[in-house]
Design a protein around this ligand. Structure first.
Ligand SMILES: [Zn+2]
Length: 471
């Protein structure tokens, strides 16, 4: 099946090296593998338009007719002065770019608005994205708004709260592979075999145009940005903000780009590994077992060579942070600033604390912006898995089929999948119930035993706790 182009497709994409142009938004040039960017007519003045959300920057975004713009009023998130947190780490001017305020609770809404608008504009009916959570939640929400179908390919480590969001927005969810890299390959197969629009952020160059608006907003919110502290998985957000700052310098809005502190996990840190090692600090590891920080578990990033092209080596620093520290800083930021963020974002705060303590690179009067990409409400099980953090529990009350299944098991005890389906009486297939049961079993909320040919399901202790929390 091929996508039929209903309308005149007036968005062009150009390779930044060989100059070839394309109509599809692949992030890499198929001829020379360099970065491809959307073509945007040159503007003289930095002027906002009256469009919704980040489309206020439409003079600096690909030209999509306003009737095809799909926006949930994303972006223009607040920059909050984190006075309490700053004093904890003996600094004065720390600011939080609070991306949790986006419509689905993460910075990925900036990506989804560009991608879904473009898909709608070219007449695509269905989008597919590989996602470990935030992107899937965003693309499925914007697809729902646009009346398009969304397929999300998720690895088995995807966060439960984010899957709940995808379900709520009506996405088709396929689980494939253990980590995001495997899901990306599967999504690509669907793109190639079925001609579905490719919405995986790291494969679609429109992501860069969406995410660079973070840099635009920062330049409007703060007179002088000395540092940007940014957690990096694939490095897409880092690349995009670097591009955004470059553009601002080129059009004369900024005098210079901020210094960058890249925060990665101590399990794998491909971007930090490639920095000047004099500029890199490691958190003390003690005897802590190495564990991936969710969202920062990209060990080989295909974007590395593009990131290195835009990095200013002399002014880029790196920190490697442990999983335990990322989780601790969820609590520290929540208690000092009243902001509940997910561990990937908390890693940035941990990174800043370690860097400020171990080096003399930051002076007290400098303005430091920390990017907080997504809300902690998306990853409730991350906290309930940690014995000392059970108090966070799950607050995602009664919205999903999974929650209903857990409740039925609490009320009726052991049951067969078919009986659960009958008891629920929902308009979902019995196969869907079995799929949910499998996922609940993998999440450790339900356990099963074989009796004859049938499987009996019951709640685990953890499942019982979750269902009580949901109540
Ligand atoms: Zn090329």
């Amino acid at each position: 099946m091929k996508i039929t182009l209903k309308r005149k497709n007036n968005v062009k994409f150009r390779c930044t090296k060989c100059g070839r142009t394309f109509t599809r938004p692949s992030i890499r040039c198929p001829y020379c593998s360099s970065l491809v960017r959307a073509e945007i007519p040159k503007q003289k003045e930095f002027k906002l338009t009256k469009h919704p959300g980040i489309w206020k920057f439409s003079n600096y975004l690909p030209k999509i007719p306003s009737e095809n713009i799909v926006s949930l009023d994303e972006g223009f998130t607040p920059l909050i002065k984190a006075k309490n947190f700053a004093s904890l780490i003996k600094l004065e001017n720390v600011f939080i770019k609070d991306e949790t305020r986006n419509p689905t609770g993460s910075f990925r809404d900036r990506v989804a608005t560009l991608i879904v608008s473009h898909a709608k504009h070219i007449g695509a009916k269905k989008l597919v994205c590989a996602t470990d959570g935030n992107l899937g939640a965003s693309v499925s929400a914007y697809s729902a708004k646009a009346g398009l179908k969304c397929v999300a390919v998720v690895p088995s480590n995807a966060d439960y709260g984010k899957i709940l969001q995808m379900e709520a927005f009506g996405a088709e969810i396929y689980e494939y592979g253990k980590i995001i890299d495997e899901a990306v390959v599967k999504a690509k197969e669907l793109v190639l075999s079925e001609g579905i629009y490719e919405a995986t952020a790291e494969e679609n160059t429109l992501s860069i145009e969406g995410l660079k608006t973070i840099a635009y907003e920062l330049a409007m919110q703060l007179n002088r940005i000395d540092w940007l502290v940014i957690p990096a998985g694939s490095g897409l957000t880092l690349l995009s903000t670097l591009i955004g700052f470059n553009e601002l310098v080129n059009i004369g809005i900024l005098k210079r780009k901020p210094k960058i502190l890249v925060v990665q996990s101590n399990v794998c840190s491909p971007i930090v590994d490639s920095l000047k090692q004099d500029n890199v600090v490691n958190e003390k590891e003690a005897s802590i077992v190495k564990k991936h920080i969710p969202g920062l578990d990209v060990c080989k990033t295909p974007l590395l060579k593009h990131i290195l092209q835009y990095l200013d080596y002399a002014n880029t620093y790196g920190v490697r942070i442990t999983y335990t520290s990322a989780l601790n800083y969820v609590s520290i930021v929540a208690k000092s600033e009243g902001l509940f963020i997910e561990p990937a974002g908390a890693a940035a705060f941990a990174g800043l604390a370690v860097f400020a303590r171990k080096t003399e690179n930051i002076s007290k009067s400098e303005n430091i912006v920390v990017l907080a990409p997504a809300t902690g409400l998306k990853v409730p099980l991350t906290y309930s898995k940690e014995p000392s953090r059970r108090k966070y529990g799950s607050r995602l009350a009664g919205l999903s089929t999974k929650a209903l299944i857990l409740n039925v098991l609490r009320e009726h005890g052991e049951m067969h999948g078919y009986k659960i389906w009958k008891t629920l009486g929902l308009s979902v297939s019995v196969q869907a119930i079995y799929q949910h049961l499998e996922e609940l079993e993998r999440a450790g909320l339900v356990e099963s035993k074989k009796v004859g040919k049938k499987k009996l399901y019951k709640l685990t202790k953890k499942g019982y706790e979750v269902v009580l929390a949901l109540k």
